[in-house]
Design a protein around this ligand. Structure first.
Ligand code: SF4
Length: 493
């Protein structure tokens, strides 16, 4: 079945009914709450409503794409802080599979003063599980102090067994911080906590609050236009692209959390005037804390695609008054010809193409308008680990009739893609190859498929080029089996 129109509510509803009909009753009842079709908003300015159940346990036995709390802390929030060593505390596997991080670009000398793409683990063996791993952890911290004297601290990223055997990592952290006169942050992000990586983000935020803020006498001269960029992980250089724009409008970025970040940037964050949140899901907790404790307001922004970049820059500038607003208008005007060139070049090749998304963080909503700036349409979107407030925000971005799927199972996603046959799917590496084998172009939207940056006006040009390369790649015309080509059949006699 293929759709004639992009957002066909009836057909999307039928697809949901079809996948649910394949489940046992109990599973169907549970999954039905996570699948929906966006309806029109009755009262506010939003274009539609996306009400689905979210942030609850995946159904046992289905294939979920979620990660664990350890992944949320080590892989997202703490891992990119470049001048600290992050120990994967527990058996070797969790660290082995999270080696190298998520393309969080950084400046520095790896192994000397930066450690992002290195992997450190306490490598638990059976005797550590039986007798406890505290002594081993102490030894690891001592070795790190010896081998990497320019590291500015250590975090202890707990894997599942640490919580199960009850090791007192907080006591180890206090003892070793004193001995080495450094920062040691214990993070209770054991993978079994919560229902997805989302709780790991929250736990990691709380560890910043409890183990970093207000622990040192910070020597830092703050200014009136100082901002922290919160929740930009510098995938493919995104944070650098964002920083260029913010500095062009006259702001000073004093901290970027946590792509290319140093511990000092985290420590001095409470001195900023404003927190700008990029990934709301992973870092809203610490931003709310900074608002409550230090009186720093926060605002969300979207630097994907020119329409949202313009709006976000204007919104940020409003906070600082006429001088910054004037500069902002000049910056927007200066980029206008560049943006028009990008749109004129790519929209004839991309206009009308239909896209399905399934990602995490902020991308299921924030990239929607970047596609629309190129004349493309979003026909389905969903979050791996979103909460109710993410889906509420999604209503402002998607059109009525958009298929919405929360924590979508492997089976459901495949059936939705089969039914809709979009022109492009944007999701993760686990989805990439099955989708391409279905003959559908794909972009890996966790790591930008080894491209990027996608933030900012410059990033929009790269985004447009990448989508064009995926969709209009000549390989898709060669996809069918040769015997389906009448010319081949004729030749073969
Ligand atoms: S769930 Fe536990 S064992 Fe699995 S990767 Fe996460 S921390 Fe490691």
């Amino acid at each position: 079945m293929t759709f004639k129109y992009a957002n066909d509510s009836d057909l999307h509803a039928k697809l949901i009914a079809d996948v649910l009909s394949q489940y046992p009753d109990k599973a169907a009842k549970r999954r039905s709450k996570h699948l929906s079709v966006a309806t029109s908003e009755k009262n506010a300015n939003a274009t539609s409503e996306c009400e689905v159940k979210s942030n609850i346990k995946s159904v046992p036995g289905v294939m979920t794409i979620r990660g664990c709390a350890y992944a949320g802390s080590k892989g997202v929030v703490w891992g990119p802080i470049k001048d600290m060593v992050h120990i994967s505390h527990g058996p070797v596997g969790c660290g082995q599979y999270s080696w190298s991080q998520r393309r969080n670009y950084y400046v520095g000398l790896t192994g000397i003063d930066t450690f992002v793409t290195m992997q450190f683990t306490s490598d638990f063996q059976e005797k550590d599980i039986v007798f406890g791993g505290d002594k081993k952890l102490e030894k690891v911290i001592d070795e790190i102090a010896d081998l990497f004297p320019l590291s500015n601290g250590v975090t202890l990223q707990s894997e599942c067994p640490i919580g199960l055997i009850g090791d007192d990592i907080e006591a180890v952290a206090r003892k070793k911080a004193k001995e080495h006169a450094t920062t040691v942050v214990p993070v209770r992000c054991e993978g079994f906590r919560g229902v997805s990586q989302s709780l790991g983000h929250h736990i990691a935020n709380d560890a910043i609050r409890d183990w970093v803020f207000d622990k040192k006498d910070i020597q830092f001269a703050s200014g009136p236009n100082d901002v922290n960029v919160i929740g930009d992980y510098n995938i493919g250089g995104d944070a650098w692209a964002s920083r260029i724009l913010l500095e062009e409008i006259g702001l000073r970025v004093v901290g970027n959390w946590s792509g290319d970040a140093t511990l000092a940037e985290v420590e001095r964050a409470p001195r900023a005037t404003l927190n700008l949140i990029h990934c709301y899901r992973s870092m809203n907790y610490i931003s709310r804390h900074m608002e409550e404790k230090y009186g720093i307001p926060w605002m969300e922004y979207n630097f994907f695609g020119p329409s949202q970049i313009d709006a976000s820059l204007r919104n940020i500038a409003k906070h600082f008054g006429p001088e910054i607003e004037e500069k902002t208008e000049k910056v927007i005007a200066r980029y206008q010809p560049f943006v028009s060139n990008v749109i004129n070049k790519y929209s004839p090749r991309l206009s009308g193409k239909r896209v399905m998304l399934y990602v995490g963080g902020l991308r299921p909503r924030h990239v929607v308008t970047a596609y629309e700036d190129l004349g493309m349409e979003i026909v389905g979107t969903g979050y791996e680990f979103g909460h109710g407030d993410d889906y509420q925000r999604t209503g402002h971005y998607v059109k009525e009739g958009t298929l919405i799927y929360d924590d979508v199972t492997g089976y459901e996603l495949e059936k939705f893609i089969e039914g809709i046959r979009p022109d492009l799917v944007g999701s993760g590496v686990k989805e990439k190859y099955p989708v391409q084998k279905m003959g559908i172009p794909f972009r890996q939207m966790h790591s930008w498929d080894y491209s990027g940056p996608y933030h900012g006006y410059d990033g929009f040009a790269i985004f447009a080029r990448d989508m064009d390369m995926a969709i209009n790649n000549p390989v898709w015309a060669l996809y069918d089996a040769p015997w389906k080509d009448p010319a081949w059949a004729a030749d073969a006699g």
